[in-house]
Design a protein around this ligand. Sequence first.
Ligand SMILES: Cc1cc2nc3c(=O)[nH]c(=O)nc-3n(C[C@H](O)[C@H](O)[C@H](O)COP(=O)(O)OP(=O)(O)OC[C@H]3O[C@@H](n4cnc5c(N)ncnc54)[C@H](O)[C@@H]3O)c2cc1C
Length: 585
Amino acid sequence: MPLFYNPNSWRYISELSKVGTRISSSESDIGTTGSNSTWDVIIVGGGTSGCVLAARLSEDPSIRVLLLEAGGSGYNLFTRVPGAYSKLFYDPKQVFQLYTEPDENTKGRKLFWPRAKMLGGCSSINAEMAQYGAPGDFDEWARITGDESWSWKNFSPFWNSESLNATCHIQPSPALTYLVKEVQGPVKACENLKIPFSPDFNQVIGTKGVNRNRNVPTSLLRLKLVTYIDEKLERVSSESAYLTKEVLNRPNLKVAVRARVTKILFEKRDGEILAVGVEFANSRKGPRFRARSLKEVVLSAGAIHSPQLLLLSGVGPSKHLQEQNISVVHDLPGVGSQLIDHPVVDFYFKDKTDTAPAHMIPHTLGDHVRYAATALRYFLQRWGHLASNWGEGAAFCRSDDLTLFPPEEFRELKVQDKIFTTALAYKEHGRVGWKPSTFAIHVVLLRPLSKGSITLKSDSPWDHPIITPNYLQDDSDISKLLLELIGTMKGEGAETLDTYTDQKTDEELEEIPRELSDIIRRLHAAWLHLSKEGILDSQLRVYGIKGLRVCDASVFPNIVSGHTAGACFASRRKIIEDFKERVSD
Ligand SMILES: Cc1cc2nc3c(=O)[nH]c(=O)nc-3n(C[C@H](O)[C@H](O)[C@H](O)COP(=O)(O)OP(=O)(O)OC[C@H]3O[C@@H](n4cnc5c(N)ncnc54)[C@H](O)[C@@H]3O)c2cc1C
């Protein structure tokens, strides 16, 4: 069986009339729907979080679950082969082509924000780095929500029992074994060091004390990077892990593909607003369908599309909704605010050893031939650069670490964690590469203070929303990034990098944060705050509306200090018990 073919995809439903009732353009309320259009729970978005929820909720045969996904199966050559994912980013059929608004901190540039449009969501196209975030992140979630169940102590068992499975034919990571006490979950993760070239941070920056801080659990993964790649050296996505044959055979679960939800439907009963279903379609001009939910509608459409859908459905700041001619169902001012992303600064270096795999972004005929040979090697031996996720060297540090940043040299210290990853140098999500061979170091600000927003461009669900990230709006974000860059590239121990790199001058370094060359995304846009400005309670239910939850990366009360897919897997698992209890009431 070719690895890019999903043997279960025939179980997905693409004829939307099988899961919803077709409506005419004039119908305005949900009316009655047939039994094939009525579900206990409707999940909007079959991405990283949506697949976990669908699989776990449908374990209870009394709960009828419908999962509606805007794209198709996430299985193809470029998603399954670990090192091929960047080839997909510019395909509008499989990836939403989103751009940010230009602003002065990005020198007026619009930045490309790819978001997957397929089952598995961004877990089908991301860089496969498996990370947790710091314990302090979750203690802060508990503080913000006032709910102790989100604290690291109470929350971490969901990781241990659900998310990561260290089974792997490559050597299992001692760090992972330490963290994952019970190995049961379907999401496999392996150590994966295939590119001998990746500079080793433990040899280089590690000598300065990076990764020594035990309060950053991600640093326990310091010896080698752990990736969502399985023992067959194929990507692990939430579709491959959760939508298995056994799960898809359940009579109480239906997964519909190319079903884009355009609106949440509401009814008023006894003075309460209830979410009672959704409207969806396959294309802008295609027929519209409705499905009714008896218990809950769950938004898992991701950090951009969940807030967009709430706004389109009339839930959000009333002034903004009225400007877009949308009837206000519930005035909830926080929707679309509090967008946070990790800003990244890339350094590009000439590779003096000429060992970087430059042919992977081919420029010449010779490069294409070498690329073909690399592909052959992957398929025949499961080895070589295509078996790698490209970001193989990673390190975490804190800018309040006095060993790294002596106070006499660095006066304005704030507590912030940072990650450095290295790879082949590329720009614009892999669209641009260099000749001769190069490599890159990416410096990521893990606890940015700048906040942006998601707003509507129009009342059409087919238009992209307006994304305003406000990168580096908070001055301290710039100074923290600068501190990190200078500390990394100029500090003691960095001379080892010299064997690979052309060193930068101080002046060159100081210009870099303002040149923000690329931005990676693990966003959240809403927040789970219990105060009046918040949107969700600590069980992720939308305030003021019955039967509506949001479960995806948009609900994080603050961004985690590391890549975000792991927190999505674990928090969806955490919420499921409360969910099952209420739904089967
Ligand atoms: C380029 C890139 C690299 C990344 N690298 C890493 C990494 O190495 N490690 C890591 O842990 N994290 C990484 N991340 C982040 C991580 O993958 C995401 O934070 C996480 O997967 C988000 O999960 P989610 O459930 O919130 O949304 P998603 O996984 O994006 O799922 C949303 C789903 O909803 C669907 N959808 C949207 N709108 C609708 C609608 N109206 N109707 C029906 N369906 C809809 C989408 O098609 C999609 O399937 C990366 C992200 C990107 C983009």
